[in-house]
Design a protein around this ligand. Structure first.
Ligand code: GDP
Length: 539
């Protein structure tokens, strides 16, 4: 078991739309042996050929809502690449994926550096203690200077880049990739008449110096200004191994794979709130801070099977409205057919239909190990954050899924007042599954809850399901609010006195103040001399 865990790496790519995540995913698949795919569509290249059958909404928008885990074989290593949906499908699920990985690859566009979505995702990694490898992409095109990009990482997010490779030639004039430790260079050339780069060859340091003269010296000197890779500070989130490349031309991809194998941590022991015979601290998502995670007992990878649900998917099969729970295996061997215990209810959960899903074709998975992802069907009793474990041993409870900072808010009501019962039932189910956050402002009442989301897609999914699954069409009035903060009881009067804000309670009892924008929030804090705590990410 320990060997199976040790040869696994579970990672996600964090990036802003158009940085090249799909291109990189395809390049990674090209360099490896794609073993299996859990989830659905992955990479735009596949999209034409794969009919993702999620629902008409997905087809209409031409986006992939279903998140996927692609399993790649590289040497003796199994790399689980979990998809972080971006673009219009950016949602709370995108953040949740980061609770299921052991490391992240931060993909930057050489011309754009750190962009908003990258920053939000990075913030989640930092708070969750997920170490980050950085790849600067699109070096074949004009962009910023390499040292400028390094400065940006240090200045804006306090992350020290430690280069493994360094480009010879500035962005747009990519001559080769320097191996910082060895001094040798892989060379590339523009194909005649085309924009594409071709891999040319490999030069020893003396040859590279002769051929690239000043460009080589400049690369060596620039890389020399930064510290070398340090595993401990990387794992602690203070430094980031830095690579350069061009995913479109397959440049730098092998180096990235090697770095993932060499530096990204294998699945290890995970905090188990009921571990060591304890009853388990009762913590809400908001309180599952690094402190809770750090001080909880842990469950080793060789313990019997356990895992947690990081994503729920409903209605993937239009003929059969099922619920698929995506589970990250944390310990032990998962075997299809095993009956696990659902920690929250104490009930058995049969895994007869464990899946690897690829588009329309679903393959059953026979076994899985720590770091792997399995999709469990008929999972309507499971919710995001729930733990499953092999019966016979002590109960296992992984920390609850954090509720991430929502940035979109809408007041919901049943379009048809006679459907209020179905409406309540539907809202409760969507809330339990984590499709949207459901908040109640006492002034509005619970027949008129506020739905809160990280991305507007969550509203569309909620509306679709309310109508088609719960037969309770929902009217949504978008609210002019964009920032949420945790509000302590003593701060309530101050927040209440400020026009254009709302106070609403989340299902776990946590009170949130909702504000039009950060300026309004700041002026309130200044005026009343208070400081409201942010939620995880984004805020
Ligand atoms: P995503 O939105 O992050 O998935 O980005 P895509 O992979 O779809 O890439 C966005 C655009 O950038 C596409 O037109 C790609 O062909 C292009 N692209 C991706 N990687 C590179 C690269 O290394 N060099 C260049 N020149 N273009 C790239």
């Amino acid at each position: 078991m320990r060997a199976e865990a040790a040869r696994r790496r579970s990672i996600a790519v964090i990036s802003h739309p158009d940085a090249g995540k799909s291109t990189l995913t395809e390049a990674l698949a090209l360099h490896t042996r794609a073993i299996e795919t859990a989830g659905a569509v992955h990479g735009k290249g596949n999209r034409a050929g794969v009919v993702s059958d999620w629902m008409e909404m997905e087809r209409k928008r031409g986006i992939s809502i279903t998140s996927a885990a692609l399993q790649l074989g590289y040497g003796g290593t199994v790399i689980n690449l979990l998809d972080t949906p971006g673009h219009a499908d950016f949602s709370e699920d995108t953040y949740r994926v980061l609770t299921a990985v052991d490391a992240a690859v931060m993909l930057l566009d050489a011309a754009k550096g750190l962009e908003p979505q990258t920053l939000k995702l990075f913030e989640v990694c930092r708070r969750r203690g997920v170490p980050v490898i950085t790849l600067v992409n699109k070096w074949d095109r004009p962009g910023q200077e390499a040292l400028e990009l390094c400065d940006e990482l240090e200045q804006r997010i306090d992350l020290q880049p430690t280069p493994l490779t360094w480009p010879v030639g500035e962005a747009g004039r990519f001559l080769g990739l320097l191996d910082v430790a060895g001094g040798d260079v892989n060379t590339y050339e523009r194909t005649p008449g085309g924009a594409a780069l071709a891999v040319e060859g490999h030069l020893a340091p003396s040859e590279a110096r002769e051929r690239f003269t000043d460009d080589y010296a400049h690369a060596v000197d620039s890389a020399g200004l930064l510290d070398t890779v340090d595993h401990e500070s990387f794992l602690a989130g203070r430094t980031t191994p830095l690579l350069f490349g061009a995913a479109l031309a397959n440049i730098g991809v092998r180096q990235l794979l090697d770095t993932i194998v060499d530096l990204a941590p294998a699945p290890g022991p995970r905090p188990d709130l009921r571990g060591a015979g304890g009853e388990g601290a009762v913590v809400s998502g908001a309180d599952a801070t690094t402190e809770v995670l750090r001080t909880a007992p842990t469950r080793p990878v060789e313990a019997p099977f356990s895992g947690f649900v990081f994503k729920m998917q409903a209605g993937m099969d239009p003929n059969h409205r099922d619920h698929v729970a995506f589970v990250r295996v944390c310990s032990g061997r998962f075997e299809r057919g095993m009956v696990a215990t659902h920690e929250r209810t104490g009930r058995p959960f049969a895994t007869k239909y464990a899946l690897q899903v690829f588009g329309r074709d679903r393959e059953t998975v026979e076994e899985a190990f720590p770091g792997d992802v399995v999709g469990l069907v008929n999972a309507s009793s499971l919710a995001v954050g729930d733990s499953l474990y092999e019966p016979g041993g002590p109960p296992v409870r992984y920390p609850p899924m954090p509720a991430f900072a929502p940035e979109h808010f809408a007041a919901a009501r049943a379009k048809d007042p006679s459907k209020s019962k179905q409406f309540r039932r539907g809202i409760a189910q969507l809330q339990q599954e984590g499709v949207v956050q459901v908040l109640v402002n006492e002034d509005r009442g619970d027949a008129n809850p506020i739905l809160a989301a990280v991305g507007p897609l969550q509203f569309e999914v909620a509306s679709f399901r309310m109508e088609h699954e719960f037969s309770a069409p929902m009217a949504l009035d978008h609210l002019d609010l964009s920032v949420a903060r945790l509000v302590d009881d003593e701060d309530v009067p101050a927040v209440r006195r400020t026009a254009g804000t709302e106070i609403a309670r989340r299902a776990d009892g946590v009170l949130l103040g909702l504000f039009r924008d950060v300026w309004r929030l700041r002026s309130l804090q200044r005026e009343h001399g208070i400081e409201l705590r942010p939620l995880v990410a984004g805020g």
